[in-house]
Design a protein around this ligand. Sequence first.
Ligand code: GLV
Ligand code: MN
Ligand code: MN
Length: 417
Amino acid sequence: MTTPLAAQMAAPNVETLQVRLDALCAIHPLPPKGAQRMALSADDKAGRDLFAGWAKAAGLSLTVDPVGNMYAHLPGTRPDLAPVMSGSHLDTVATGGRYDGALGVVAALAVAEAMAAAPPPRGLVVANFTNEEGARFAPDMLGSLVAVGGLSIADALQITAIDGARLGDALAATRYAGDAPLLSERAPHAFVELHVEQGPVLDEAGLALGAVTGVQGIAWRSISFTGEANHAGATPHRLRRDAGRAAITLAHAALALPERFGPDLLATVGRMALTPDLINVIPEAATMTVDLRHPDAETLNAADDALDAAISAAAEATGCTATSQRLARFDPVVFDQNLVARIETGAAARGLTHRRLISGAGHDAQMLARICPAAMIFAPSIGGISHNPAEDTAPEHIAAAVTVLADTLNALCHEVT
Ligand code: GLV
Ligand code: MN
Ligand code: MN
């Protein structure tokens, strides 16, 4: 098969790509196929070390910015032209899959290696962004958010993890705090991210590839209720100030929001902790999180307002006090229409079945879209399973998506105007 694009390049090595994913998973494997590399943990550092070693072995130079975003550079023949960028994240949730994030990094690296024999006019930069997941430090997409100027370095370094660590200290422990300039100082020519879909759309339709049109909006909250500890056997309900009951009342209300705002609103209560967490003590405190997502900003705002009302109602009904902290709030993002069309055309040129779709999950590309044309390619997730060690994608779908990524990046790297 010949590439439909003007400039030919060697095919990216997808066997090496899979071996690298094996190596990343081997750091902290989770059966059956997953891995754990929570952001800025020792596991994440080990993944970063692997990436740095592969990049250096490929002759790419490595730079690191002050929040630990890593960039491996294949120089172009025209250093006056802004480079093209591709990549994703090596961090995972605690129940991480094989492909979430890591695929986008090793795929971009494979493309850079394939291009290295005959460098194009524009350079290619392979990115590994810090703390995309947001599972340890909120917000999600933190590294790319800082890189595009959406959050100051100083504020980012002060963020506290769910385990109490300060981001600046955890980063220092990895030795991946550098001094490379932020991307906002020199925007890439374009950013294209390959990722697994993490949802059921492509798999259910039996399609090989997705051209991602944008990312839905996201609103994260942490809510704490304070009541009074008392005896489970001796305290009548009329005298209770039960923080556990407040949290459960709010959980019911949050999970019922889709009934009011429609099935495109997704509501998740992912964390809930009671204090003192004993069978015969009425909880004096409860903390919980609510994750709301919707493709339309206005609807998401309305649901978020409804959540506020539900927090007050749960506190009032139980005699507790409530505090709420916003952990993340990102509007829906629309990707660059030209890039989306190019990905579609590229898939068709390779004879791949495909469709356009919006991303349910958050991605670094949505931050890069603030400073340069950005888009994403999705490979199908078997059964739509992700944030689960069983996450999987057929090897032929990985190979097909890497081919379209390579074609797209190759064309962008040859764009000289
Ligand atoms: C990132 O994985 C997210 O929660 O969307
Ligand atoms: Mn991801
Ligand atoms: Mn994820």
